[in-house]
Design a protein around this ligand. Sequence first.
Ligand code: SAM
Ligand code: DTB
Ligand code: SF4
Length: 327
Amino acid sequence: MIPIRNNWTREEITSIYNQPILQLIYQAATVHREFHDPQEVQVCTLLSVKTGGCPEDCAYCPQAARYHTNVKVEKLMEVGEVLKKAVEAKAAGSTRFCMGAAWREVRDNRDFENVIEMVKGVSLIGMEVCCTLGMLTPDQAQKLKAAGLYAYNHNLDTSEAYYDDIITTRTYADRLDTLRSVRQAKISVCSGGIIGLGEREEDRIGMLLTLSTLQEHPESVPVNALVPVPGTPLEDQPKVSIWEMIRMIATARIIMPRTMVRLSAGRIRMNIEEQALCFLAGANSIFAGDKLLTTPNPGYLKDKTLFQTLEIKPRPAFKNSEKAEFE
Ligand code: SAM
Ligand code: DTB
Ligand code: SF4
């Protein structure tokens, strides 16, 4: 039995991460098979319910008001429209529906009341409902939980050491505080990061160290490859190599065996073979649909071929009754 540990050291994670790539994939695939059905991949859908105009300065983000990108600022979507999208996503095979807002933090106002209605509605549709709305207070987390929120996404994005180079309008400690509020409210935690921001290998390992030494591992860890967007400070970053993506996924899988590791942003630039290696290395979740929040993603037809070719089946909603654990 492979134990679940939250006392990983930087040295241990570094030596896992730096193994010869085939050995790393083999180790990750072995751990993956002990804890998960390797033919099963979770299918999630994202919807940007409030797009653009964000006051933060995250250097990667097309929705920050201060950068001149093609993203149009929109107000919060209507509840009915959002529920229509959730029904469509469910019909297309998604089991988790994640609503994103370009906010620094949640405010206790009408918009939040509307988001609460969205959460209740999506939950009634029978999907795992997730939100990513920026910073939350413990009280707001509890209100979301009471409305039926299943998971909350709040990424650490990079290491604590590199954080100030990417975002100056909030701190790493702010991020960790929100994760604590989410955990306390017994909401499933989704937290990961982005590679390709110009960080060093130590930063990738630093982020994995923080995630894997939390008192409880996040139930989901999204691994995003930067989608460079014209107008953002990181527009000219080179493409992340598939091998770096695999190292990140495999290391996350080995040190957080029970966690769902999501192959998130960046699939648009990967072929089936590359994605297959990510699944072999322990990724078991994706975002489906032709759009992430504001940037393109492989559409339904491409993913149908992906699933058929690799003989993967979608993971059922509420598997292992994580939900029960949280109630
Ligand atoms: N505003 C909220 C926040 O920052 O937590 C929620 C939405 S924000 C867009 C969610 C996550 O999307 C970010 O934490 C980041 O990891 C990811 N993201 C944003 N822009 C990205 C990009 N260009 N490439 C890859 N991931 C990106
Ligand atoms: C996550 O880790 N990646 C998603 C989701 N959580 C919210 C967002 C990716 C956004 C990519 C850029 C965009 O489409 O705007
Ligand atoms: Fe705003 Fe979130 Fe984008 Fe940062 S990542 S600019 S907080 S929407």
